[in-house]
Design a protein around this ligand. Structure first.
Ligand code: NAD
Length: 480
């Protein structure tokens, strides 16, 4: 069985403990590789390497840093098929999705920040003829990046790339549930000639390896994407240490459909925004509000389309719905279906595990699920499920739907479907979330600010926001 390795000081290394954790293949439910069970000793070795590499990397001209990052991007591109297969196998997502979204985005993240850093400028403030201030934006030093399992390479590189571009050295930890493409990335960094210690990848459990990163006094900033509860615990540790923190957390996103929308376009996109990646995208819309005159028409058409979306082997090119990531997650998602029934909901389709044939028999598949008849403020409609389960609810007025949309503790993303221009702008401005898509979903421009409000997070990633996060601003004032 394959043993993955940490990437510390430019070398692939075994964990100090000598222990490994099982890594599962969601499509079959079987263990297929082993992950280093790293602890504070491995994190210490990674910090030592990063500290030693920092002066050299920070002093390397931005163009040179960018060249190495572009090389890493081109190597991911060369290995696109291998990476896509690995991502699909590790996560359970359809290989077509990994090919179309995950791996291309990993490449774009490196390319985007490699070029962004060459256009990143700081401000100056003149005080008439008395003085001039200028801002230096300097790399922080050693920073930590911790990412989740749902978009493994995509989100891992979304943090690492701006951190490296800005001149920091990184200690990163991918999710222990989906470590494979991060491991493959470490091999490509070695091939690309990234200097030793600039990027260190430590695999292992959140409570052990992750916690050691967060607690380490010499890691000055943490960029974290994951669950809200984990983020709160992380902040409790890091805040008294005065670390810079960027937290991208959970969501319970509303999808608001007005009767005047472009029905076909809305329907097609709503199936995607509900069930892409088995509903395991933080940006998926899980609460669908439909204006009452359109409700019955929407319900019939939507359920019919969703019934056609049957789970299949993620490795098959034609599969559009794969396995969910773990047995524990499958059980959590199905427990929410039971809760929804207890809360008075009616399951219109799905709502159960799908048992496949042959070697996929033990895999973790859930039929895409649509539920109606629930109150907007019940637990099913307030808590993050993060799986292929959506609820549909009618609404009568704009005020009512805004109240329901804004009623959760979360505020990550929202989608609005209407042809009414001023209403679109009005609703967008009143929704409590970091991102609003109008008549589209997941259309991403990497220059835009990305993040959530309320319990969906603190801080923004994307574009120059990420470069600002990964630098310290220093004002220099010169008296003239
Ligand atoms: P998680 O919080 O369980 O884990 C995320 C990462 O944190 C993993 O690498 C994990 O090992 C690590 N971790 C766990 N405990 C830790 C600790 N005590 N100290 C340091 N690190 C620790 O989340 P998950 O289940 O992997 O991901 C799903 C969650 O991520 C969902 O809530 C989803 O909404 C959220 N998410 C948010 C965004 C966003 O951009 N806002 C994007 C994707 C996923």
């Amino acid at each position: 069985m394959q043993h993955l390795a940490n990437y510390i000081n430019g070398q692939l290394t075994a964990p100090a403990s000598g222990n490994y954790i099982d890594n599962y293949h969601p499509a079959t439910g079987k263990v297929y590789s082993l992950i280093p069970d790293s602890d504070s000793r491995d994190v210490q070795a990674a910090v030592d390497a990063a500290k030693a590499a920092f002066p050299g990397w920070a002093a390397t001209p931005a163009e040179q840093r960018a060249k190495i990052m572009m090389k890493i991007a081109s190597l991911i591109s060369r290995d696109m098929e291998k990476m896509a297969q690995a991502e699909s196998k590790d996560n359970g997502k359809p290989v077509s999705l990994a090919r179309m979204v995950d791996i291309p985005r990993g490449i774009s993240n490196f390319e985007f920040f490699a070029t962004a850093i060459m256009h990143f400028a700081a401000e100056s403030h003149a005080m008439e003829d008395h003085a001039i201030n200028y801002t230096l934006r300097q790399p922080i030093g050693v920073v930590g990046c911790i990412s989740p399992w749902n978009l493994p390479l995509y989100l891992f590189t979304w943090k690492i790339a701006p951190a490296l571009a800005a001149g920091n050295c990184v200690v990163a930890k991918p999710s222990e549930i989906t470590p494979m493409t991060a491991f493959l990335l470490s091999e490509l960094c070695i091939e690309a000639g990234l200097p030793a210690g600039v990027l260190n990848i430590v695999h292992g459990l959140g409570g052990r390896a992750g916690q050691a990163i967060v607690e380490h006094p010499e890691i000055k900033a943490i960029s974290f994407t994951g669950g809200t509860k984990t983020g709160a615990g992380l902040a409790a540790t890091a805040a008294p240490m005065f670390k810079k923190l960027s937290l991208e957390l959970g969501g319970k996103n509303p999808n608001i459909i007005f009767a005047d929308c472009d029905f076909e376009q809305m329907l097609k996109t709503t199936v995607q925004s509900s069930f892409a990646n088995q509903g395991q995208i933080c940006l998926c819309g899980s609460r669908i509000f439909v204006e009452r005159p359109l409700y019955e028409q929407f319900k019939a058409a939507f359920v019919e389309r969703v019934k056609q979306l049957t789970p299949g082997d993620p490795a098959n090119d034609h599969t559009r719905m794969g396995a969910v990531v773990s047995q524990a997650h499958m059980e959590k998602v199905l427990s929410y279906v039971e809760l929804a029934k207890e809360e008075g909901g009616t399951v219109l389709c799905g709502g159960h595990r799908v048992v496949m044939e042959g070697e996929l028999r033990e895999g973790w598949y859930i039929a895409p699920t649509v539920i109606e008849g629930l109150a907007y403020n019940c637990r099913t409609n307030q808590e993050e499920i993060f799986g292929p389960v959506v609820t549909i609810m009618p609404f009568d007025t704009e005020e009512e739907v805004l109240m329901m949309a804004n009623s959760t503790p979360y505020g990550l993303a929202a989608t609005v479907w209407t042809q009414h221009l001023t209403r679109a702008h009005r609703v967008a401005s009143k929704i409590e979330s970091g991102i609003v898509w109008i008549n589209c979903w997941l259309l991403r421009d990497l220059r835009t600010p990305f993040g959530g409000v309320k319990q969906s997070g603190v801080g923004r990633e994307g574009g120059f926001e990420a470069l600002r996060f990964f630098t310290e601003a220093k004002n220099v004032c010169i008296k003239l």
